[in-house]
Write a protein that binds this ligand. Structure first.
Ligand SMILES: [Zn+2]
Length: 172
């Protein structure tokens, strides 16, 4: 369970400003992701990408903007925002938007999540909801998750967030 505090690898990031409308299906950047623990640079860049993502949030009802970024094991980064709906129940969270965007762009076989970052524009504690934890688990059962806790960015493993979860092995 890495906290991300051990910066053993000075991994270069190749991120650039978030691509604008029309290019959201492409990864917003790529990082080296084949180490066992994220470097602080990777973590900070993932959080920064999540912050940029909430600029596109569609939140006419709550005005609560959430952004998420996922780092895949292949180093690609995808982002997403929350998209609300007048029916409320059909609202899609930022985490799931990012994951579905990656699946749409790459195909599910390429989507193996190494880490997730989730932030909001109010800087209030906000961990991934149950629905997002289930979807994150599908593509990243061992992912590291960074989100806003009561004292700032908090780290949890996916296994901590969703122990004994339902998975594909249950259907075998
Ligand atoms: Zn959610």
């Amino acid at each position: 369970m890495g906290s991300g505090s051990g910066e053993l690898h000075a991994t270069q990031t190749a991120c650039h400003p978030l691509s604008r409308v029309g290019s959201m299906l492409y990864p917003v950047c790529s990082m080296s992701a084949n180490t066992t623990e994220l470097t602080s640079t990777q973590r900070e860049e993932l959080i920064a990408t999540a912050k940029r993502a909430y600029e596109h949030a569609y939140v006419p009802y709550s005005n609560f903007r959430v952004g998420a970024a996922i780092l895949l094991e292949n180093g690609q980064v995808f982002s997403g925002c929350n998209v609300e709906n007048a029916s409320f129940g059909l609202t899609n969270c930022a985490e799931r938007t990012a994951i579905f965007t990656a699946v749409s762009a790459l195909g599910a076989k390429q989507v193996r999540i190494r880490a997730v970052a989730v932030v909001n524009d109010r800087d209030v504690a906000c961990s991934p909801c149950g629905a997002c934890r289930q979807v994150m688990s599908e593509f990243g059962a061992s992912a590291d998750v960074f989100y806003l806790g009561p004292k700032g960015i908090q780290h949890s493993s996916m296994r901590e967030l969703l122990p004994n979860c339902f998975g594909s092995e249950s259907l075998a």
